[in-house]
Design a protein around this ligand. Structure first.
Ligand code: SF4
Length: 453
């Protein structure tokens, strides 16, 4: 790819983990609306459940998540009580019309650091969930795990709680980078934790790697990929560091002069990406890679991959109920996000109301565009007429958006043949830009997203 294109398309666009994206959420969707939506859900709707644990014991300076640093367990313990109460509030809202009890097939704990929870708390939350939902025996139970705090004993407790997938963040194996981002996590530590996980039947391992961090280089990417592949994770994500110190003040600890420039970031990404493919991993979307035996590789090949707030997923559930401060969920009617300051979240729960802060109800135009965007992001191609027909929309409403693609078509990023839009292989890293042509809200949220490359 020519360097002038990398500079030309060095724009900020959403990651499209939802559509409409979160800057469009509004306060008209509150706890009462969410309660009504939950009551309207068809009892046969399969659910995913997401739990946000917004605590860590130390701040990594690159962090882009909503988390709070705590040195004592009391705040986590209080939060657990709120979370258990929220599970009851949501389950009661589901049951309000026909006493329905629903099935959950995917459970995911993110943060923050979910592994801040003590082993006993894992047991109580799983017990509560099983008492209010039918958690299937083959449910995927996934946890984002911080290797710096995980012991073998702790991992054995996760196994007992039913956890069967772990995601591990690895930003770099080099000390100079780890020091610059305030996260010391040597390779041997990561390796040991993965061995413990496998020994305790938590055999699905995701690794989240990063590029674009201070002092990272192209050479390091080669080394990082080789070391990672030795650990044989089932899935690998390759995320670019998003430097937004005006939104995340702790990122001011990262010196801008130590950060790679746009061309260097591009070279790091392409080097890592090509190396992963050479080592046998299958490209999934624009930033994920799957072992050929993993079901994500098959889902990608069969065009049945999905995208949600955790990134690319094989989860097909039409509803994800999200628990915890700031957590975002979705239902067929729209998106909901919980209160963000912990105090407001707890106050709502302990007054017996759902802690919804905002959200958005979606209409048929949103559904059509969401499907177009999701197919582009997941399959790198979409039949625009077929999607419009599926959602009862006149395909002419997409005509203006196709016009917007002309410069990208001229630059060899995508191609259009009749109604079929395809992202070309060279254009894969620019996939978010192609998708953004169909985002009817984008002009309202520019500047609030990370760089496209
Ligand atoms: S452990 Fe994860 S969530 Fe916590 S500060 Fe570090 S990057 Fe952020």
């Amino acid at each position: 790819m020519k360097s002038d294109l990398i500079q030309k398309y060095d724009l900020r666009v959403p990651r499209y983990t939802s559509y409409p994206t979160s800057p469009q959420f509004n306060e008209q969707v509150d706890g009462a609306v969410y309660k009504r939506w939950l009551g309207e859900l068809d009892p046969k709707t399969e659910l995913s459940l997401y739990f946000h644990i917004p605590f860590c014991d130390e701040m990594c300076s690159f962090c882009g998540c909503y988390t709070k640093i705590v040195k004592r367990y009391e705040p986590v313990s209080e939060y657990m009580t709120a979370l258990l109460t929220e599970i009851d509030l949501v389950a009661d809202a589901l049951a309000q019309n026909n006493n329905k009890r629903m099935t959950a097939k995917h459970l995911h704990w993110g943060g923050g650091s979910p592994t801040m929870l003590k082993g006993d708390d894992w047991m109580s939350i799983m017990e509560k969930l099983r008492s209010r939902f039918d958690v299937t025996s083959d449910a995927e139970i996934a946890v984002e795990l911080d290797p710096r705090t995980a012991s073998e004993e702790y991992i054995a407790q996760l196994e007992k709680a039913g956890v069967n997938r772990a995601s591990i963040g690895v930003q770099s194996y080099r000390a100079i980078v780890q020091e610059a981002i305030n996260r010391i996590q040597p390779y041997e530590m990561t390796k040991q934790v993965i061995e413990w996980l496998r020994a305790h039947s938590i055999s699905h391992i995701n690794m989240d790697l990063m590029y674009g961090l201070p002092h990272q280089t192209v050479d390091e990417m080669e080394d990082m990929i080789d070391k990672t592949v030795e650990l044989q994770p089932n899935r690998i994500a390759l995320f670019g560091y998003a430097h937004v110190p005006w939104m995340k003040s702790h990122q001011k600890l990262i010196h801008e002069e130590d950060l790679p420039g746009t061309q260097e970031r591009w070279d790091q990404f392409t080097t890592a990406s090509e190396r992963l493919v050479e080592r046998g991993y299958v490209k999934v979307g624009f930033d994920h890679f799957a072992h050929p035996d993993d079901n994500m590789a098959a889902a990608s090949q069969d065009n049945v991959l999905h995208r949600n707030f955790q990134g690319y997923t094989t989860d097909t559930a039409p509803a994800m109920l999200a628990f915890g401060a700031s957590a975002i969920g979705y239902l067929p009617q729209g998106y909901v996000q919980n209160q963000l300051p912990l105090k407001a979240y707890r106050q709502a729960i302990f007054s017996g109301v759902l802690p919804t802060a905002k959200g958005i109800a979606i209409n048929d135009d949103d559904r059509t565009r969401r499907e177009v965007i999701e197919r582009i992001m997941c399959d790198l191609e979409v039949d625009l007429a077929a999607v419009a027909k599926e959602f009862g929309t006149d395909k002419a409403v997409l005509a203006n958006d196709i016009e917007k693609l002309k410069p990208l078509i001229a630059d060899g990023i995508c191609a259009i043949d009749g109604d079929k839009l395809t992202v070309l292989e060279d254009g894969r890293p620019f996939i978010r830009l192609v998708a953004s042509a169909f985002d009817a809200y984008l002009k309202n949220s520019e500047g609030r997203h990370s760089k496209a490359v």
